[in-house]
Ligand binder design. Structure first.
Ligand code: GTP
Ligand code: MG
Length: 196
């Protein structure tokens, strides 16, 4: 029996040091490094998730650099993305503001069908939380995006995050959007943008 495979361009965005690279490393290699080097430019990786319905999604992961000096490169990576992980560090309130700015930019300039998942990383440091959970819930509800808490350190919710995305990304090619079956070229985002 041949299973259907879809490819999905997934971009990770968020301020520096929120743990984007660690999330990718935990998911792809099952490892965690306390002294992870900041990303330069962006890193590209692939990973596959099998779903219960027999289909699988091959992620083309673009792990972007959060440092301010690389910010202007981000559109190159989120353009045409089917899904985006926007991460913040639950111990760092500024990084939550940064994440909100990334969500706004994606909703404005990314593809109109781009699935956005907000990720509160470093849940192992709950005792040092600096981002109000009620504020997060209100923001998530008003922005109509998904939200999940993860820890790249302990692995909490990391595979769940990628499974959630694999399940949610549209696989509807007839409408000219979503994840194409492998062997096809990823469709460009062509819908008109209405803001900015
Ligand atoms: P840039 O590449 O500069 O954008 O940063 P980044 O978002 O990729 O962050 P990175 O993955 O490099 O992690 C930054 C620091 O946070 C590293 O020292 C990690 O060890 C630490 N870190 C990442 N995830 C977690 C986590 O879930 N828990 C804890 N306690 N530390 C984490
Ligand atoms: Mg990084």
């Amino acid at each position: 029996m041949s299973e259907k495979k879809y490819s999905c361009k997934l971009v990770l965005l968020g301020d520096s040091a929120v743990g984007k690279s660690c999330l990718v490393t935990r998911f792809t290699k099952g490892e965690f490094f306390e002294f992870q080097e900041p990303t330069i430019g962006a890193a590209f990786l692939t990973a596959e998730v099998g779903l219960d319905d027999g289909t699988s999604v091959k992620f083309e992961l673009w792990d972007t650099a959060g440092q301010e000096r690389y910010r202007s490169l981000a559109p190159m990576y989120y353009r045409g993305a089917t899904a985006a992980i926007v991460a913040y560090d639950i111990t760092n309130a500024d990084s939550f503001n940064g994440a909100k700015a990334w969500v706004a930019e994606l909703q404005c300039r990314g593809g109109s069908d781009c699935l956005i998942v907000l990720v509160g990383n470093k849940s192992d440091l709950e005792y040092s939380r600096n981002v109000d959970e009620t504020l997060v819930s209100t923001y998530v509800a008003s922005s109509e995006i998904s939200h999940i808490k993860t820890s790249a350190k302990t692995g909490e919710n990391v595979s769940e995050l990628f499974r959630l995305i694999a399940k949610k990304v549209p696989k509807d090619q007839s409408s000219g959007r979503g994840c194409p079956e492998l062997t096809c070229v990823h469709p460009s985002q062509t819908r008109p943008r209405t803001c900015c």
